[in-house]
Write a protein that binds this ligand. Sequence first.
Ligand SMILES: CC(C)(COP(=O)(O)OP(=O)(O)OC[C@H]1O[C@@H](n2cnc3c(N)ncnc32)[C@H](O)[C@@H]1OP(=O)(O)O)[C@@H](O)C(=O)NCCC(=O)NCCS
Length: 159
Amino acid sequence: MTSALQSTRVSPAGLAALAQALREAGLPEEDVALPARVFYAFHLDGQPIGYAGLEAHGSAALLRSVLIATQHRKRGLGSLVVGEMERLARDSGIESLHLLTTNQAPFFERIGYLPTPRQLAPAEIAETAQFKSLCPASASYLRKTLARNSTAGDGTAWQ
Ligand SMILES: CC(C)(COP(=O)(O)OP(=O)(O)OC[C@H]1O[C@@H](n2cnc3c(N)ncnc32)[C@H](O)[C@@H]1OP(=O)(O)O)[C@@H](O)C(=O)NCCC(=O)NCCS
């Protein structure tokens, strides 16, 4: 299954479809066209299965908009998509990923994300729209430090 998973960067023309999918899933979408965000559409054997995004702030990034279409859930695809996002982040020089979730903390914990008090978020993450306004105050904050990658890029690949 892994080899058939493909990620494609969402172009400006694809942002409306992304925003609609996020809206339908109850995830923040108001800011998808703003700078510092990059989104990927995922396909399995040519079929669209979901999305995920990164919002970079220095060496930290929000992992956001992780969305697997309902009919494709509970097959390990969400874990694969997050793993691919971690690879893309690491290759861009990101050292830690941060996320907010209202109801998927157990999923992220299972794949290595650490539940953390919100006040311990780095300042650049605490200042994001997701932290300040788009996500409810009750959302859980989780973080993961990415292992170093000796083949990492120069950090400007997609910013
Ligand atoms: C969160 C989300 C991305 C997970 O996607 P997914 O494809 O279902 O993820 P996985 O299949 O890798 O794992 C989900 C569960 O299925 C289980 N699972 C994985 N493969 C399985 C299989 N073959 N058979 C049975 N269960 C399986 C996993 O153990 C996991 O259990 P857990 O949630 O208790 O940890 C998906 O539920 C989603 O899109 N939710 C709505 C959007 C959202 O809330 N996103 C997070 C905020 S950014």
